[in-house]
Design a protein around this ligand. Sequence first.
Ligand code: FE2
Ligand code: FE2
Length: 143
Amino acid sequence: MSPVPNLEWNDSLESGIIEIDIQHRNLFNIFKILKDSIENGKSSLIIRYIIEEVIRYGDYHMEAESEILKKYNIFSEKHEKEHTEFKKKVSGFKEKYVTTKDKILAREICDYLYAYVTNHIMKIDKEELNLLKEEFKRLGKEE
Ligand SMILES: [Fe+2]
Ligand SMILES: [Fe+2]
């Protein structure tokens, strides 16, 4: 199996909206902890706990992100769909993992989370957070 790409946090992942960037960074760190734990052969109990943390923190972040975007009428239906898809997918992974404790599945979860960074955070999040930034500028609001 090919290794999970070694993504490092970099400027291209920043949106410029500080509270959201901090959350993205935290989420990114949880993904990394999961990746390291799988690579270091941690127990299925630990892997399960980290997957649960992805769910908890993912929920928290998506709630905060959608709330601020909604407040400025920027949050799109497409964005909402992608959040729903993420939650469904990760919970589905968790259910499966709890029953199978399958190592290949754990790797699949990792691959999915890394793809999520490039497909969601770097695209739709960035797009809409950029609009939010412009809106803040227009209103003379501190970020
Ligand atoms: Fe996000
Ligand atoms: Fe998002």
